[in-house]
Design a protein around this ligand. Structure first.
Ligand code: AMP
Ligand code: MN
Ligand code: MN
Length: 315
């Protein structure tokens, strides 16, 4: 399975590990677990993560990440949890300066990239695949690696509740727990803790909510200006679609927010009766059946109507 990837790693000295921009728990868990494992193998290794939400700062090593790859030539880029190389938190130039690229992912893929690819859209998280990769590298899982893998798996499975959570997922989580992972703290910090500003953002999202098709579709929009006014950044303003989906009777929740780079980000969540990844791919993005997204271009009102219409037709 990972034989070729292991060979590439063995032949590499300078290695950078990267995930998608706006990193979530899985992006952070899978990259840092891989980073710790490669360090144990004596590699010169860095995680490239130019920005992330402060709520992840309690996790080991996160503050040691770097903003960009200064080296003009390096051996290997390991990309995790990103279905498209343009979504990686490195520039095209940094990407192309890698002699080899390993891609590890669990999205429905529209554009595979890299020299070695391990893509399994049946896996609940990239962190679960990173676990298999680390085992294949022959590295013993220590507490830091376990903490990161657990945080990643827990995040992307919605606390082991989404449909793609498997018996293997739970067996891996059990093994990680045995390494001394502080699972109480991880769950509390990542799921049950927020800044007051975030609570205010939720209020704003609820205030701006629109409903369609008798509440089967819920939509909200927050401008970047409002996000800044609240004192939040791009990463800290994620997650509103989950709250909308939680309302009884909702099939699809849509959250559009303005970003610091002037674009509009669409986040969608479903209850599983509709495959959102198909819609997101049609709009140039990607994701999973129950969670998908894309960058919205053009006039928001026109584009919103288009999206609501497509979703309505699929329901
Ligand atoms: P989010 O709503 O940002 O949490 O994203 C939900 C899922 O959709 C994640 O698995 C993302 O990787 C994927 N996704 C979000 N935005 C994009 C995009 N612009 N292109 C490809 N996939 C995306
Ligand atoms: Mn992710
Ligand atoms: Mn993921």
């Amino acid at each position: 399975m990972f034989e070729e990837a292991v060979k590439i790693v063995n032949d590499s000295k300078s290695i950078y590990v990267v995930a998608h921009v706006n990193p979530d728990g899985d992006a952070i868990g899978s990259t840092f677990a891989t980073y710790f494992a490669l360090k144990k193998l004596g590699k010169e290794v860095y995680v490239v993560m130019p920005s992330y939400s402060s709520r992840f700062e309690f996790l080991p090593g996160v503050k040691d990440s770097i903003d960009k790859i200064e080296k003009k030539n390096y051996d290997l880029l390991i990309a995790l949890d990103s279905s498209d190389y343009t979504r990686l938190a490195v520039s095209e130039e940094e990407y192309k300066n890698a002699k080899k690229v390993i891609m590890i992912d669990h999205h429905k893929i529209s554009r595979p990239y890299g020299d070695f690819r391990y893509i399994d859209d049946k896996k609940a998280s990239a962190s679960e695949i990173a676990y298999l990769f680390i085992k294949a590298l022959g590295v013993e899982i220590d507490k830091d690696i376990a903490t990161m893998l657990y945080a990643g798996i827990m995040s992307d499975t919605g606390c082991f509740s989404y449909a793609d959570t498997s018996p293997d997922t739970l067996r891996i989580a059990a093994e990680l727990m045995e390494k001394g992972v502080n699972f109480v703290e991880i769950c509390q910090r990542l799921n049950d803790t927020m800044k007051e500003e975030k609570l205010k953002l939720i209020a704003k999202a609820v205030d701006n909510m629109e409903t369609y098709m008798d509440g089967k579709i819920r939509y909200t929009y927050i401008s970047y200006e409002d996000i800044v006014k609240l004192g939040l950044n791009d990463e800290e303003s994620e997650g509103m679609a989950n709250y909308l989906r939680a309302v009884d009777g909702t099939e699809v929740a849509i959250y559009v927010r303005g970003k610091s780079d002037g674009t509009l980000k669409v986040s969608m969540r479903s209850r599983g009766n509709i495959d959102l990844s198909k819609i997101a791919i049609a709009f140039g993005g990607g994701g999973h059946p129950q969670a998908a997204g894309y960058t919205m271009n053009g006039d928001i009102e026109v584009e919103k109507d288009k999206l609501i219409k497509v979703v309505g037709e699929m329901l």
